[in-house]
Ligand binder design. Structure first.
Ligand SMILES: Nc1ncnc2c1ncn2[C@@H]1O[C@H](COP(=O)(O)OP(=O)(O)OP(=O)(O)O)[C@@H](O)[C@H]1O
Length: 647
């Protein structure tokens, strides 16, 4: 009624289009009441924009109508003539019926999110054939049926993400997919037959899960196809023999890991000794380093040389280890910035002369132990994949991280920045990581963590990560993507981003200290999915999106690892092995069999408390982010189990 009475907005304007669009669906809560011909403002009014609109330079660029209880159909034809409209997001509403044919008239769309509605019927091929700019298409959690239009899909020129999970789509998995398609999730549908090899190898195993008639998923047994082709077989629960097989695989993995580690340590130490001899014999000669007065213009040291040697050679030319004043909030020792006043000063020359040992080679870089002559022993991490950040950004971030103080957090104490070389130094923790103590140390007199120790460690981890969330968390509303292509605002980054047992170190009292946190803003976005464990969360693997709740998932994995004593398969990228602690434990909770999943070493001491901790782990590692507790809630749940007796 608002839109009648000669007050209609000028045809062709954003306002006219939205008023017409609103007539096509039902808005029982009046969420879009302001979409009216009699409205005093225009949709993109700077001071009083209409609800649900996203604007770019004063023009309508996106519609974000999520969780508004809207229903009926959506008249895409009404908005087809808006050339700047790039994104439509209708997630979590009650729209139903087939996809309106008018959809394909909105040629400008880059992103269309229809997840969690009740759309039904087949997916028309024109969606891919006519919408040539479409990059992201989210059709998951609806009632779509019928086969996928293979030819049209193969032709979509720019499609990056296609989400089809939780529908009733049937037929074979298409053989030909656009080269651009890096995310293709068809889990929980009715697809059948063998997944074409080229498709199976391109996507995660989870992309194909929940299709009982489908075989040939990555990592699955190829012979299973023969068995499954005639008729879909029901899924059978894993037998004890399966678990034994996984255990054996785990042991093989651990043995191989140890052999590799020994080779790495011996080689590293030998090369380092050779290099140090070489350096000593060349002591009077200045090493080549950009900006160094002596030796400038000579070729730089080979970047392919051994890592430790490169690390210690970078700053020999920059002078005395005890020179330099206070800059940027830290003491600058030549090219090295020491951020702490309370330890004996040192610089890169001291690190160079230190006896060094390779600690390991992780996803973010390699780590070395350096015992210096002044009695200080530190861990030096040579960071990879951070060439995107400039000096100022890197320094400010490190200084900020260095200021964080908590008993369960191990802050960096110094850093070195060059465009192509970044070192981060922290206190050395002689006991090593929780990963090593739980699974790596096979010596006869190894440390076995009993229940009180594990509970204390769980509490410490929860306190440390909750502290990081409090200090490094960014309120969700502050981040809005306005790049003109995708107006679905990205969630804030996970404050830790890489929480796993390898990044939880234990001090002499077995108190956990978290490391490798807060690097999300520094790591190159293209490398982050491989480098940071938060991307192994379900939302990270399926959508490439992570948030603070991804840290909660990572905490869940660690808690399950502590209670079950199993090596989580989630930590492996390519090799097979370990136990899928998340699904294994979730199944136990569903069947009430938690007690059988508690590590026998702690079963007697842990009792009901261990079972409760396992349940918290399962909840934290829920597939749906909304089902996970917030980090402060998770920390509180862990504290509650300890009941104050853990500290
Ligand atoms: N400050 C430290 N004290 C003692 N050991 C450390 C310290 N920092 C790292 N380490 C150990 O050095 C090894 C290599 O660490 P690094 O961080 O390079 O790899 P990672 O933890 O396996 O993987 P990622 O790069 O993903 O964090 C690990 O075993 C880790 O526990």
């Amino acid at each position: 009624a608002d839109d009648e009475g000669g007050n209609a907005p000028e045809p062709g304007t954003d306002a006219a289009a939205l008023v017409r669009l609103k007539e096509s669906f039902s808005d029982p809560n009046g969420a879009l009441e302001a979409w009216s011909a009699s409205s005093a403002s225009s949709p993109c009014d700077e001071n009083d924009p209409w609800p649900g609109v996203q604007c770019y330079k004063g023009a309508l660029a996106g519609l974000r109508l999520t969780r508004m209880n809207l229903s009926g159909t959506f008249d895409f034809a009404a908005i087809a003539k808006l050339p700047g409209l790039h994104s439509v997001n209708l997630k979590h509403n009650a729209f139903s019926g087939p996809l309106p044919a008018s959809l394909v008239e909105v040629r400008s769309l880059r992103a269309l999110y229809l997840s969690y509605n009740s759309f039904s019927g087949p997916i028309p091929g024109e969606v891919f054939g006519s919408m040539r700019w479409l990059k992201k298409l989210y059709l998951d959690h609806n009632n779509f049926s019928g086969p996928l239009p293979e030819d049209a899909l193969a032709d979509a020129p720019r499609l990056l993400e296609l989400h089809l999970e939780h529908n009733r789509i049937e037929g074979p998995v298409p053989q030909l997919l656009p080269a651009s398609l890096h995310m293709f999730n068809l889990s929980y549908n009715l697809f059948s037959g063998e997944i074409p090899r080229g498709v199976a190898s391109r996507y995660e195993e989870s992309s194909f899960a929940g299709n009982p008639g489908l075989c040939g998923a990555p990592g699955s047994d190829p012979s299973a196809c023969a068995a499954i082709m005639p008729a879909p077989t029901p899924m059978t629960p894993p037998t004890p023999a399966d678990y034994r097989a996984v255990q054996e695989e785990t042991s093989v993995f651990v043995v191989i890991g140890i052999i590799l580690l020994v080779i790495l340590l011996v080689t590293g130490a030998m090369v380092l000794m050779l290099r140090q001899d070489e350096m000593n014999s060349r002591a009077p000669v200045a090493w080549d380093y950009p900006g160094a007065s002596a030796g400038a213009g000579k070729p730089m040291m080979s970047p392919t040389g051994p890592r430790a040697a490169e690390m210690v050679a970078v700053d020999v030319a920059s002078g005395s280890s005890h020179g330099g004043g206070s800059q940027s909030g830290g003491r600058r020792m030549g090219e090295f910035v020491l951020m702490r006043e309370d330890i004996t000063p040192f610089g890169l020359p001291d690190l160079m002369k230190a006896s060094a040992e390779v600690l390991g080679n992780g996803t973010l870089g390699s780590a070395y132990k350096a015992a210096m002559r002044n009695g200080v022993t530190v861990a030096v991490k040579r960071m990879r994949d951070m060439n995107r950040v400039g000096r100022v950004e890197f320094e400010q971030h490190l200084l900020m991280l260095g200021e964080l103080r908590h008993p369960n957090v191990l802050p960096p104490i110094g850093y070195h920045y060059r465009k192509e070389e970044k070192l981060i130094v922290s206190e050395y923790m002689p006991r090593g990581s929780l990963l090593y103590v739980l699974h790596g140390d096979q010596s006869p007199n190894r440390l076995v963590l009993d229940w009180p120790a594990r509970l204390r460690i769980a509490v410490g981890i929860a306190r440390g990560i909750a502290f990081l969330h409090e200090k490094l968390g960014i309120p969700a509303g502050r981040l809005v993507s306005m790049d003109g292509a995708d107006f679905d605002a990205p969630p804030p980054p996970p404050p830790h981003g890489n929480l796993k047992s390898g990044n939880i170190l234990l001090n002499a009292d077995l108190e956990p200290r978290l490391v490798d946190y807060g690097f999300f803003p520094l790591v190159n976005p293209a490398q982050a999915p491989q480098a940071m464990f938060a991307f192994r969360s379900p939302e990270g693997t399926t959508r490439g999106v992570v948030s603070p709740r991804s840290d909660v998932y990572c905490l869940g994995v660690v808690l399950l690892e502590l209670v079950t004593g199993r090596f989580p398969s989630q930590y492996l990228t390519t090799a097979r092995g370990g136990t899928d602690v998340v699904h294994w434990s979730a199944a136990a909770v569903a069947e009430g069999g938690e007690r059988d999943h508690v590590d026998p070493v702690i079963a007697a001491g842990g009792g009901e408390a261990a079972v409760r901790l396992l349940r918290v782990g399962v909840q934290c590692a829920s597939t749906e982010t909304e089902c996970r507790p917030s980090m402060s809630e998770a920390a509180w749940m862990v504290e509650e189990i300890a009941g104050g007796g853990a500290s």
